[in-house]
Design a protein around this ligand. Structure first.
Ligand SMILES: Cc1cc2nc3c(=O)[nH]c(=O)nc-3n(C[C@H](O)[C@H](O)[C@H](O)COP(=O)(O)OP(=O)(O)OC[C@H]3O[C@@H](n4cnc5c(N)ncnc54)[C@H](O)[C@@H]3O)c2cc1C
Length: 408
């Protein structure tokens, strides 16, 4: 027997917070309880590798809603509390406080966990991962007395943290398997552009190699030994080796898992159990736009999912039909925006040399599946429209800056 019941039980952080907000904005009158494992109220993570890490933004700036919102809107927020067990038959969740809460509608948005690299020396002090406020605080505190930082991994976290810490006066080296940063997402040519930006600002980029082990002095990391045997001396390490969806709670309850390891969800984010919704990094959703299942680790997708799930919980017609959107900033050196779902060698419009370009990614059937933009945001509006319409624009026209994208 549940100790009590609520109309809407939300488990998670960022996406769950947006779900709570949308529920009240849409006039939901029932009780809402948000259960969050972290000590902080729901917050967005992008600042953690950018302005917050550099000390240019306060913690409050990252909150999904201001601190007073919860009480004002009669939404109960239980931080430092984990959902331990979901019983689909009883429609209840056991919390770490031992309380058992029944629900009418449930949202699970448990996010993702960092992928940990286990090599010799990985327990040494001074080796960090970055996912939560606590990690960003620990990095900031730890680097105060450090000069040389090694970033393991050449994707967003590695590149963004290298840029932020360089701005703080640190000497940063990126060690990665790819030849160029962000190559896995955008292909080698565009990757060389971003690598060039980092190198122009003093970041050393070592591609085509990997982490072998760590060596320490007095219990603290002192060097990284690469797979090829190179030694990189350092005072601190930050690892950005990807994340894995956190589906522990959902999987144990028997919810269906998709190919990407996320929880399978419909277009309205409903899982295989009626009335149980999922959102954000752990959701593998049926994409209206792309016509197949996607799992995204994008801020905007998680926000949109939270809102879509809220509408679905209220019984509204709510297929999630946003074109996926992602952004990344390397300090204030360069910003990129990306829409859709696709990668590889795309069609370039504009000039990589001038740092103002877009890249259009076409799938095997010639359909526009994704686009990246640096300094040409307007192109992304056209890309969004074409992706939605399943358009097959000509490569020549995409590459020709004088061709009007509105006519494609
Ligand atoms: C450093 C960093 C920088 C980023 N920068 C960008 C960017 O520039 N652009 C971009 O588009 N995206 C960026 N992202 C990705 C973006 O932040 C994520 O896609 C987004 O946070 C996903 O939201 P979510 O709600 O799914 O997961 P989360 O924000 O991870 O929230 C899930 C929460 O659920 C909690 N939880 C897990 N299990 C339980 C449980 N059993 N009970 C209770 N609570 C539980 C977790 O502790 C966590 O707090 C960045 C991510 C990081 C880490």
């Amino acid at each position: 027997m549940a100790d009590r019941s609520v109309d809407h039980l939300l488990i998670g952080g960022f996406a769950a917070g947006h779900c709570a907000k949308k529920l009240r904005e849409e006039g939901a009158e029932g009780s809402i309880l948000l259960v969050a494992r972290e000590a902080d109220a729901p917050y967005e993570r992008p600042p953690l590798s950018k302005e917050y890490l550099r000390g240019d933004a306060a913690r409050e700036d990252a909150l999904v809603v201001p601190a007073g919102w919860w009480e004002e809107n009669d939404v109960e927020l239980l931080t430092r509390t984990s959902a331990m067990k979901l019983d689909l038959e009883a429609r209840s969740v056991k919390l770490s406080t031992k309380e058992e809460v029944g629900f009418d509608k449930l949202l699970i948005a448990t996010g993702a966990n960092v992928r940990r690299l286990r090599v010799d020396g990985s327990d040494l002090e001074g080796i960090h991962y970055l996912r939560a406020f606590g990690n960003a605080d620990a990095i900031r505190e730890d680097i105060a007395g450090c000069e040389r930082i090694v970033l393991i991994g050449g994707s967003y976290i590695g590149a963004e943290v290298a840029a932020s810490l360089t701005e703080l006066g640190k000497r940063c080296t990126i060690l990665m398997q790819e030849e160029t940063v962000l190559e896995r997402s955008f292909g080698p040519e565009v990757g060389r552009f971003f690598r060039g930006v980092l190198e122009d600002h003093g970041v050393v980029v070592r591609g085509g190699d990997e982490l072998g082990s760590f060596e320490g002095e007095d219990g603290r990391v002192a060097s990284v030994i690469s797979g090829s045997g190179e030694r990189i001396e350092c005072d601190c390490v930050v690892i950005g080796a990807g994340v894995m969806p956190d589906v522990m709670l959902a999987k144990a309850a028997g919810l269906e898992i998709g190919e990407s390891g996320g929880v399978l969800a419909s277009k309205s984010l409903e899982s295989s159990a009626p009335g149980v919704f999922v959102a954000g990094d752990m959701a593998e959703f049926d994409s209206v736009v792309h016509g197949r299942s996607l799992r995204k680790e994008h801020w905007d997708v998680a926000r949109g999912h939270g809102e879509t799930a809220a509408l679905a919980m209220l019984g509204r017609d709510s297929a999630h039909d946003d074109v996926p959107y992602f952004f990344s900033d390397l300090a204030d050196w360069v910003s990129l925006e990306y829409v859709g779902d696709g990668s590889g060698d795309g069609v370039i419009r504009g000039s990589l040399e001038d740092g103002e370009f877009s890249v259009f990614y076409l799938d095997d059937g010639g359909r526009l599946s994704a686009a990246l933009s640096v300094g040409r945001s307007d192109d992304l509006e056209h890309a969004r429209r074409m992706i939605r319409a399943g358009a097959t624009p000509s490569r020549e026209a995409l590459a020709d800056p004088s061709a009007d994208l509105a006519e494609l």
